[in-house]
Ligand binder design. Structure first.
Ligand code: GLC
Length: 765
């Protein structure tokens, strides 16, 4: 306990408060964002925030009888004894107050009852102790909680309890699961009159109780590290995300092909299998850009090797597939097989690159290759080595790298907390570095691809930490082919997106268990709208490539993959605008309609950008469903019927139909359907214009390189008025390949207009 406030000192943006038993610092980063910090441990630099910018901000600090008052242009912060803090808007609205009472942990059972329960296999939850670092906030009752990264359960996190400890557990993830693969300790709180965010930048195991233990408070806590959290306020959830991503980074625009369709399976065992899969896509005319190679391609699961027997000529394989438009992504796990003569192992041992125990011995656990050791990614020289190892893949023509098992997974029991890892030059423990292990591995992979391939790196990871979005895409790990997991995919991906990690997807069709024709069909109807669109499944489960369930399923599957390819420029534009706004691609409705109470817990609808509302069927057997359309006018994508928002309605949804609605005034760019990105030269852009008023910004560049950073891109501004006056303007023309025409579709008409790079105006009516 810090005790009473003794004094304070203001030094530029930092206010240092001296308490009886310690020191606390409040840094005003800008009018809406402060950092609350009190050091108890010698931790290294933040892994999530690489540059902490403090914008020169005017603010007042006064000390009165019982507290310290800080007033910025947007908020009032009252600091009390014990470093208890209350945040207000300037008009007096309570944003968030520290809870003054004691926590009331749950009922404790006597030994006798515990034994009784355990006989039948029930787990008994021990009484929760207070944690060394524990921030308990008052609940006023009107809070909706969002974010927190990759979590089970529904969209609103009120009433859940979670732990941040990256965990590999392939059993079906259900609502009561407290841990998954990723740690993003960022929370958005929406209340009736305000919104705020909290980012608890502590890499150790942390605990989040969102009002499960009590209706009076929620808390976040850890038994290690420092009290170190950021508090954000603003006018909307969008502001909070923008602030959070201004600290931790946004997703960079990806290579365009990576937004196409990906096919994967654990068990594409041979070159022959892979060629056959590729050929089937082309034969069945289902667009596909990417095939992922799982651990099968390696020799004895040794990373950076090829299994000579089944993948004898990887370079030729990859070259041949490239001619057909396929890109190959290979899996790389962190666990390095212990084997004499295996270069990666030998090099790592020689240079001291692996994690050690307290006695200084290299720590060995087990993963796929059997006994394995763990690269110490906290050290720059290890990351550089790992980055350079990517050359071993790139030289064969590999186009992206899939980082798996990087929680890190360990088959011979959990890695003990006191195994020694590095945090740059500092010795750290597993407990501190566990949750950033996947983050650092992805960072190294990204750096290696950027250095040696030069194109925008495509990395996909299972484990991550806040800020990983700068380096990698992610997937939600080993889901199952069950309806509950299709249902969960929506809130799960939406909350990941709100947490900055917006380039994400689930394994379409489900990874574990056996899928069915109907489940796969409904899943592709969600998958085609998720930022990362990959079908992946477990060895031994039913095959789930699009053609495995007969003609009808394949027809529908093709239709939705084609829809994705049509919408590629729309997806790409969302990525480009997300670089500055930090906003996700796949969005819960609450992001755009936060004052509408009916969307705050809408778990089975989502928006793609602002224009497309998707209301997929996620229930077996359902052939219609209730849809809520928020305020404004909407158009049924399938029938073009105009609909008034602000109401619930019943939508017909036969198996081939995923209900979709377009916001009036939207302008949606379309590409022609292609077997793969780049198959067709696109010189004319189709624009679907929906009656109403709207503006749309479209970007065009080579879709691969970093040249856009030097201005080599085109930016077009399209607008439409209520009267049907359409304007197209090239507002930045740095990329030589420009469209020579636009095909405008409007109210059932098609109008082809030539474009010479200047401004054009067209009367649509
Ligand atoms: C893990 C991954 C899964 C992969 C498997 C084999 O379970 O989550 O996607 O197929 O390992 O590499």
């Amino acid at each position: 306990m810090l005790g009473k406030i003794i004094s304070f000192e203001k030094n530029k943006q930092d206010i240092t408060v001296v308490f009886e038993n310690g020191i606390g610092t409040i840094s005003v980063l800008n009018d809406c964002m402060v950092r609350i910090f009190s050091k108890t441990e010698d931790n290294g630099k933040s892994k999530a925030i690489e540059h902490l910018e403090k914008i020169d901000t005017e603010f007042d600090v006064i000390m009165n009888q019982e507290n310290l008052i800080i007033r910025t242009k947007k908020m009032l912060i009252n600091v009390f004894d014990g470093f208890r803090i209350d945040f207000y808007k300037l008009d007096g609205t309570v944003l968030c107050k520290d809870y003054r009472g004691e926590r009331k942990p749950r009922v404790e059972l006597g030994e006798e009852f515990i034994q009784l329960m355990e006989q039948e296999g029930h787990e008994h939850k021990k009484e929760e102790q207070n944690h060394r670092i524990q921030v308990v906030k008052e609940l006023e009752g009107d809070e909706f909680f969002y974010g927190l990264g990759d979590r089970t359960g529904f969209l609103n996190k009120r009433g859940y309890e979670y732990e941040m400890w990256n965990t590999d557990d392939p059993k079906p993830h259900v609502d009561s699961y407290k841990t998954l693969y990723k740690t993003i300790p960022f929370l958005i709180t929406l209340k009736t009159n305000c919104v705020y965010g909290i980012f608890f930048d502590n890499t150790n195991r942390s605990f989040w109780d969102m009002g499960k233990e009590s209706n009076d408070y929620y808390y976040f806590a850890s038994d290690a590290g420092n009290l170190d959290y950021y508090f954000f306020t603003g006018e909307s959830i969008k502001d909070i995300i923008k602030e959070y991503t201004s600290l931790t980074g946004t997703v960079n625009r990806p290579q365009l092909w990576s937004l196409g369709y990906h096919q994967s399976r654990w068990g594409y065992d041979t070159e022959h299998d892979v060629r056959k899969i590729a050929a089937s896509f082309r034969e069945h005319r289902i667009p596909c850009d990417t095939i992922h190679l799982d651990i099968d391609y390696m020799e004895k699961y040794k990373v950076f090797t090829w299994n000579k027997k089944n993948f004898e000529h990887p370079k030729e394989l990859i070259e041949d597939l490239a001619k057909e438009g396929f890109k190959i992504v290979t899996i790389i796990d962190p666990g390095v097989k212990v084997e004499k003569g295996y270069p990666i192992y030998e090099e790592g041992v020689k240079h001291n690159y692996f994690v050690k125990d307290a006695e200084g011995e290299i720590y060995v656990n087990q993963v796929w290759p059997g006994d394995a050791v763990y690269p110490d990614f906290g050290k720059k020289e290890v990351r550089d080595w790992w980055a350079d190892n990517q050359k071993l893949l790139l030289k064969h023509g590999v186009r992206g790298v899939w980082n798996d098992m990087n929680e890190p997974a360990s088959f011979k029991g959990e890695i003990p907390d006191d195994i020694l890892f590095s945090d740059e030059d500092r010795i750290a423990t597993h407990g501190e570095m566990h949750n950033v292990y996947g983050h650092l591995m992805s960072k190294a992979t990204y750096a290696g691809l950027k250095k040696h391939d030069k194109r925008r790196p495509f990395v996909i990871t299972r484990a991550c930490y806040a800020g990983s979005q700068k380096y990698t895409t992610g997937w939600t790990g080993d889901n199952h082919s069950i309806w509950a997991h299709l249902q969960m995919a929506i809130p799960q991906l939406c909350n990941l997106g709100l947490s900055g990690m917006s380039y994400v997807g689930t394994d379409v069709g489900g990874f574990g268990s056996d899928t069915t024709a109907e489940l796969l069909t409904r899943w592709v109807q969600v998958g085609c709208f998720s930022p990362l669109f990959r079908n992946h499944s477990n060895m031994g489960s039913l095959y789930q490539e699009p053609w495995q369930f007969g003609e009808e399923t394949m027809e529908i599957y093709r239709q939705y993959v084609e829809l994705r390819y049509k919408l590629l420029p729309y997806f790409y534009d969302l990525f480009v605008s997300g670089e500055t706004s930090g906003l996700p691609i796949m969005r819960p409705l609450v992001l755009h309609y936060e004052t509408d109470e009916r969307v705050r817990e809408l778990n089975d609808e989502f928006l793609v950008g602002e224009s497309i509302l998707v209301a997929p069927v996620v229930m077996q057997g359902a052939r219609s469903r209730m849809v809520y359309l928020p305020e404004g006018k909407w158009v049924d994508y399938h029938t073009q019927e105009e609909l008034e928002g602000g109401q619930f309605m019943i939508a017909k949804a036969p198996l081939e139909k995923c209900p979709m609605y377009i916001k009036a005034g939207s302008i949606l760019p379309n590409y022609p359907v292609q077997n793969y990105v780049g198959e067709k030269e696109i010189t004319s852009l189709t624009l679907d214009i929906y009656k109403g008023e709207g503006v749309y910004i479209h970007y065009q560049d080579d879709g691969e390189s970093f040249d856009y950073e030097k201005g080599v891109y085109n930016e077009y501004k399209f607008s439409v008025t209520k009267q049907g006056d359409f304007t197209a303007e090239l507002v930045h023309g740095g990329y030589e390949k420009k469209y020579d025409s636009f095909l405008l579709t409007y109210e059932g008409k098609e109008i082809l207009v030539p474009f010479e790079g200047k401004k054009i105006q067209v009367k649509l009516i």
